[in-house]
Design a protein around this ligand. Sequence first.
Ligand SMILES: Nc1ncnc2c1ncn2[C@@H]1O[C@H](COP(=O)(O)OP(=O)(O)OP(=O)(O)O)[C@@H](O)[C@H]1O
Ligand SMILES: [Mg+2]
Length: 412
Amino acid sequence: MSNPTFAAIDVGTTKVCTVVGEVSPEGDLRILGVGIGPSAGLTKGMVDNIQAATEAIASSVERAERASGTRILSAHVGIAGPHVSSSNSRGIVAIPDPRRPISEADVQRALDSARIVNVPTNREVIHVVPRYYVVDGQDSVVDPVGMYGSRLDVETHVVTASASAMQNLVQCVEGAGVRVDSLILEQLAAAEAVIQEEELRHGVALVNIGGGTTDVAVFVNGAITHTAVLPVGGVHMTRDLVVALRVPQPSAEQAKRRFGHAIPSMVDADEVVEIDSFGSDGRREVERRAIAQVIQARAEELFELVHAEIRRGAQAETLAAGVVLTGGAALLPGIDVLAEGVLQLPARIGRPRHLAGLSDILHDPAYATSVGLLRWALKEREVVFRSTALPVGSLGGLMKKVGHLMRLVLPQ
Ligand SMILES: Nc1ncnc2c1ncn2[C@@H]1O[C@H](COP(=O)(O)OP(=O)(O)OP(=O)(O)O)[C@@H](O)[C@H]1O
Ligand SMILES: [Mg+2]
């Protein structure tokens, strides 16, 4: 039997990235193919032109199909945008017979009861992420299955999103001929790709700086405490450069990528670069430090907003591992140094690792979400698998189950 394969689509504001992966019998992820193309029809992470977005998704999917030699029938899809919001909620259930151990079904009932939060009719729950369990008052239980008790509480992180924004995204993906397996919050996916166990345990925040959005996720003691999506990203840095330098957008984007820096004092004061500009000459000389100053102003403001979100999720002393930066704008030289200054926390750039197969291009902070979508989906499948109560060690059975659930990519 060939290994089960599955797909993920990261529909970003600036790019669409489709990844096809397979799971080895050992549970390792191998990348079979990647399809990357420019995005269209999205602003601040949300669809605002169905047709343009559908075409951009279809083109990325087609490239991934060609690269992987598979046909993508369904995929896990990332979601972000300022319409996403989150809160923590507790679910409580009684264990009917305390003489038998707590089962997966009991855990599921507890999660279902946490899900019953006050959600307005125009919003839907996308995740109920368990943070920790409490069994008869015993706090911080990681996995209650098999324990004895008469009452089970679960602390969860509940993420909700605008029903219409979700529907618009699903419409575009389905319009591109791909069924949606699940919608996954982008920063949860990105965290899955780049954050290490050790960092999770000691407290860490993930900051994914994309084109139109910056997504934040805060983890304390191994559990998620807060998520937020800010409507600012790399696109805004480029837009600032257009205005400040009076140059066309493509020229500003190129200048940012080639000469950009987040710390002006780290750029040679005399260095001058030539870029395309508006006006009769068509070319202009600009001080590289001036480019950095524009970028720094926007990035500093962005990190102030991020700081406020991080504080909502954790006290600084509970985040020993600091912050991990992902997203395309994390490629900006000096961005980690700037983040450390504003947030007063250690910062590093997160790149997806431990990937086998055709994955060279994915070792880039911009692809943390795409890779993470596959990883998150895989992890969720394991949860589904456990609930089927197959005997431990029944790997054949596991692969069969996973194979069934990941049925949706066919060889061409
Ligand atoms: N080398 C670089 N230096 C600076 N910025 C860069 C560099 N490479 C990419 N970027 C910026 O990263 C941004 C795109 O990041 P990313 O691909 O993570 O966004 P996205 O997923 O399309 O958007 P979003 O997640 O916000 O919907 C763009 O604004 C781009 O200008
Ligand atoms: Mg993104």
